[in-house]
Design a protein around this ligand. Sequence first.
Ligand code: SAH
Length: 392
Amino acid sequence: MERGKTAKTSGYQCPVQKRCGGCQLLHLPYEEQLALKQKQVERLLKPYCRVRRITGMEDPLHYRNKVHAAFAHRRDGTIVSGIYEEGTHKVVPVDACLLENEKADEIIRTIRGLLRSFKIKTYDEDSGYGLLRHVMVRTAHQTGQVMVVLVLGSPILPSRNNFVKALRAAHPEITTVVLNVNDRRTSMVLGEKETVLYGKGYIEDVLCGRRFRISAKSFYQVNSVQTEALYAKAIELAGLSGNERVIDAYCGIGTIGLIAADKAGEVIGIELNHDAVQDAIRNARANNVKNIRFYENDAGRFMVGMAEQEAGADVVFMDPPRTGSDEAFLSSVVRLAPKRVVYISCNPKTQARDLEYLTKHGYRAQEAWPYDMFPFVDYAETVVLLTRQNRL
Ligand code: SAH
């Protein structure tokens, strides 16, 4: 055995593991992380259906395509960037992270190095003084496009053109720079207002053969490799033949619906975030998909409306946030009576709760497929197929 390693470690070490708390499973070899997640999913979902073997990553490092750093300064003026220590406004300096895209980490280090010469002050969470609060970098796995979002406490960035020029000179791979203003005392990273400083204001990536534009505020899965595998499975489980009316609920920028559209008769996408819906509409156009429509609405409210109109649906994809779905949505699914429901979840606890409802109201869960979307992190992602039971 190598020195410093024991049979029980992943072999990876991180100097800020304790203070960051992000990698709860760093101490476990990757195979054991997978076994642990398999067990967690089985414990929660086995009461409903068979659980298949979890799909892990070949290379579980640096998978995060979205990287975010908080900026602050020490008493002596030293600028630091990294993550907040849990429950505080104290920034733990992070130079590099095992999970994050390495190019993105490099860009963040460059920005930190440029601030002083441009006299850009970092924001102070306690007093509200200062300017730069956060930097978010999004990288597109397939196209290599890179977006940098500078989150400021107020709208004016001194000598912004020269700053962007210096940043692009150091990193020609940056394709767009966006200024986001967050002037509120909040734990949310991004504010509402946005100005494009350079490029198109969004990046484009390719998933499952379709091209997607992604704006700063839109949701996009952070692990592109695993997302492709997960989406392919979700669409296979839907068993589409070309004629179905499909609902893609909680659709984000329209990924699942747009990938499924050529196998369906028509697709309806529902999403609450305005920017994501705008991206989705443009993504449909860019991919020349004509049989899809997107609605900006609460998924539950929209589905209640559909059920009241006695509209039907053949397949429902649902991919809610960690909190899961709600009864308005689930009861409307039951009324719309699709033959299949494909439920994607990043939280098997709330998924189990929602399966409890659906399986009590005419659906049978067939099988669950876990995917490791977040290596080293104690989250499991699953896709579950439910089918409507025949009522004779
Ligand atoms: N299916 C997409 C997005 C999944 S993330 C993808 O794979 O990329 C969940 C999405 O649900 C986010 O885009 C979020 O903005 C949206 N959302 C959250 N609450 C919602 C609600 N009540 N109604 C509709 N969409 C909601």
